[in-house]
Design a protein around this ligand. Sequence first.
Ligand code: PEP
Length: 246
Amino acid sequence: MRLIAANWKMNKTPGETKDYIKKFLPLVSDLRDREILICPPFTSIPASAEFLKGTSIKLGAQNCYFEDSGAYTGEISIPMLLELGCEYVIVGHSERRHIFGEDDELINKKLIACIEKGIRPILCVGERLEDREAGMTEKVVETQLRIALSRLENHTDSIDIAYEPVWAIGTGVPATPEDAQKVHRFIREMLKSINSNFENKTRILYGGSVKPDNAGEFMKKEDIDGLLVGGASLDPESFARIVKSF
Ligand code: PEP
């Protein structure tokens, strides 16, 4: 099933979350043929779980640590997320990589922990503008995927991937659907080649300046199985229009 995910980043208190969900639910209540996921900040996960109860909308987190517990000040573990009802977690978002210095090896440890503990990760990959201008997009994405998925080659069907070109995130300048499709095809071919049990269950999402008026064009592309939406998911009407754009 295609997956449309909201990444709220560091936005929305529990009170604001309640108001959002109250407005959002009636706008999407008739949709059964697509999966909708909301990833609030950690502190709004309990409020989200409460107000999404009894709906088909899924709950996810924006990050996790790979250890279960211990002296890791400020971190949140996968068992903590599972107990709150999270079924998904975003791993390796470009803001985690570029603002907080997460590298491919750390991302790999987080993914291994996600698979072991039974939460479905959404692994984010994507090139910077200078990589793109140097013609290195596929090379960069390939390296990110190979390291992130190392020792998980036969588990790729339990992982979703978001292709998010860094230059398109939060800039208002999306990739063209054609360029995104090419990278998505490349990613799918890579998954096929590294996973001998490949069942094609990985959804490959596009992310980067998705808006209500361009979402439908991305969703027409053969290898685009969904969307990861930042800024345009913060308004319930805008996110509902994206969810209903195809
Ligand atoms: C994101 O945060 O994953 C994202 C794609 O952001 P935006 O939609 O704002 O570009």
